[in-house]
Design a protein around this ligand. Structure first.
Ligand SMILES: Nc1ncnc2c1ncn2[C@@H]1O[C@H](COP(=O)(O)OP(=O)(O)O)[C@@H](O)[C@H]1O
Ligand SMILES: [Mg+2]
Length: 168
C-alpha cells in the first residue's frame, strides 16, 4: 500500500485522526481505515520504527503484526489497527498456553525473530505490547532492541530529555 506521509502529517495537524495510544517515544493515530500510524516524537521513536521495520522484513514467526509501510525517514510507521488487550489471559486462551514464556518456548520461529533482532522476550511478555488484529492476538510493539534500550532507556537515562521532532 502507498501512503503519502507528508499528507498524513498535515492531516494529523489538522485534527483529522484521533490518538489511540501514546508510548515512550511514539504517538499512535487511528487512520480510520483499519490502520494505525505510529509517529515518532523523538530519535527513540524513529529508531524503534526502523527496528520494527527491519524485524518485520526478516520475520519468520506469525506473532508479529504486519508493518504495512514506513516513511523513508522512519518517522511514520503504518500497522493494522489493533484492539487493546488488557489481560494476558486473552493471549493464553487463544494460543492455549499458560504463559507467554511457554508460548515463546514452543515457537522456534519467534525465538529466532527475538534473537535475530536483539529483542527482549521479557518486554514482549507485557500485555501492552500486544493487540487483537482480526481477533488474533499479535505483538504490535517490537521495536525496542537491547541496544536502543541500553543507549536511550538505561538506568540513568530515564529522566533525560530528547529533542522533540518538530513536524511542520
Ligand atoms: N497497531 C496498533 N493498533 C492500535 N493501537 C496501537 C498499535 N500500535 C500501538 N498502539 C497503541 O499505542 C501505544 C504506543 O505504541 P507503541 O508501539 O507501544 O509505542 P512506543 O514504542 O513509544 O512505546 C501502545 O501502547 C498501544 O496502546
Ligand atoms: Mg510501547
Amino acid at each position: 500500500m502507498k501512503y503519502d506521509f507528508d499528507i498524513i502529517i498535515t492531516e494529523i495537524k489538522g485534527g483529522k485522526y484521533n490518538i489511540i495510544g501514546t508510548g515512550s517515544s511514539r504517538t499512535v493515530y487511528d487512520l480510520n481505515d483499519g490502520f494505525a500510524v505510529k509517529i515518532a516524537r523523538d530519535i527513540r521513536g524513529t529508531l524503534q520504527n526502523e527496528s520494527e521495520r527491519k524485524a518485520y522484513q526478516s520475520h519468520r514467526s506469525e506473532l508479529l503484526a504486519e508493518v504495512v509501510a514506513v516513511s523513508e525517514d522512519n518517522r511514520c510507521l503504518v500497522m493494522p489497527k489493533a484492539k487493546r488487550i488488557k489481560n494476558l489471559s486473552v493471549i493464553y486462551n487463544y494460543y492455549n498456553k499458560r504463559s507467554i514464556k511457554s508460548l515463546f518456548m514452543h515457537d522456534k520461529l519467534i525465538i529466532g525473530d527475538i534473537k535475530n533482532n536483539g529483542l527482549s522476550s521479557k518486554d514482549l511478555s507485557r500485555a501492552s505490547n500486544w493487540g487483537l488484529i482480526d481477533n488474533v492476538p499479535l505483538i504490535i510493539d517490537y521495536g525496542l532492541t537491547h541496544s536502543i534500550y541500553k543507549r536511550y532507556y538505561g538506568p540513568n537515562k530515564l529522566f533525560k530529555r530528547f529533542k522533540p521532532i518538530q513536524y511542520s
